[in-house]
Design a protein around this ligand. Sequence first.
Ligand SMILES: Nc1nc2c(ncn2[C@@H]2O[C@H](COP(=O)(O)OP(=O)(O)O)[C@@H](O)[C@H]2O)c(=O)[nH]1
Ligand SMILES: [Mg+2]
Length: 219
Amino acid sequence: METKKVTVMQKLLKANDAVAGQIRRELKDKNVFFVNLMSSPGSGKTTLVEETVKRLGKRIKVIEGDIQTTLDAERLQKLGIQAFQINTGPFGGDCHLESAWVRTAIEELGTDGMDYLFVENIGNLVCPAEFDVGAHMNVLLLSVTEGEDKPLKYPLAFQVSQLCLVTKTDFLPLKNFSLPRLRENIKKVNPACAVVEISAHSGAGMESWVEILRNKPNL
Ligand SMILES: Nc1nc2c(ncn2[C@@H]2O[C@H](COP(=O)(O)OP(=O)(O)O)[C@@H](O)[C@H]2O)c(=O)[nH]1
Ligand SMILES: [Mg+2]
């Protein structure tokens, strides 16, 4: 019974990877840079997208993943960009997005007028890391209020990410949080993961983040 379960899971992941690969190639051909944002709920994903649109312009489209509500898509639509909300609640409440759903959302959004595509994945540090959505860059957000130990507790999320954004650094003066210890822990699980510290509220570090996007790495 257990063997059967593992085989089915392997097949699902293989099918997911195949679609993800297609998405990555098709968007590369169109020079659309695709970023997958992953984090715990509340680490600042939607705020980051809002602040990025203000700096990078409106040729950005967003696929929002949540179990319930269209709140995040509505926040982004207010900025005059296209945002497509996927809710997994009505279909069993999955805690991640799969590449086939992302492909359908891209078909709905269309690729005209798009230089960047963001996925805001469903908020948690576990399931999204297991499913490739076809992004050119996986970005893991970790806010300073979550603690420096998270790379050690949730290594896969850091291992599949090319960049870790340490968010809410404006809280640092109030918190007993060690940035060097966090960097050390990220290095232990993924030495290749770049780390950038930002505060979407104060704007600190935002220019470094936007510069990375302008360079469209791996495209
Ligand atoms: N102090 C501070 N709060 C932030 C920052 N970025 C986001 N927040 C707040 O954190 C909360 C959750 O942000 P949100 O973007 O909705 O997180 P998400 O669930 O990851 O999309 C909101 O109240 C934001 O205003 C930041 O840089 N500094
Ligand atoms: Mg959000």
